[in-house]
Design a protein around this ligand. Sequence first.
Ligand SMILES: [Zn+2]
Length: 135
Amino acid sequence: MANDPCDSHTKGDGSWWAKDARGIELCRVCEKCERRKLARYRPDVLTDPNYWADEPIDEEVTMTLPSDLRAMLDASGVPWRLEQGGWHVKVFVNGRFVAILPNNGTRSSADNPGRAHLNVRAAIKRAIRTKGASQ
Ligand SMILES: [Zn+2]
C-alpha cells in the first residue's frame, strides 16, 4: 500500500485544519485531499451550526405528521398544534393535549398505519367531537 502523505498531514506541510460549521476541527487537509476527506462527514455538519440540536424545528414536525391526521385536523376547524419531544410528537387540539405519537409513528401512512397512528387518530377524532359538543 502506497504511503499517502495526505494520511499524515502535519503542521508546516501546507495543510490546514478543516473545521465544521461550529468551528470544531475535523481533520488536517490540503488542496489535494480536502474534498475527499470532507466527503466522509454529513453535509449539515459542515454547513449548519445547529447540526446537533436535538429538537427539530416546527416546520419539520408538521411535515412528519401522517397526512391523513393532518387533513383531519385541518378539516375540523379546531386549532391544533404539535410539540416535538426527543422521541415523540405530542398533539394538542384546542389547546389541550390529546395524543402522543412516537417519532417513528409519524412516518406511518394512512394506507399502512401503525398501532400508535390508529390510537392517535381515534384520540384526535374524540377531541374534535368533544369540542363540537361543547359549543
Ligand atoms: Zn492532503
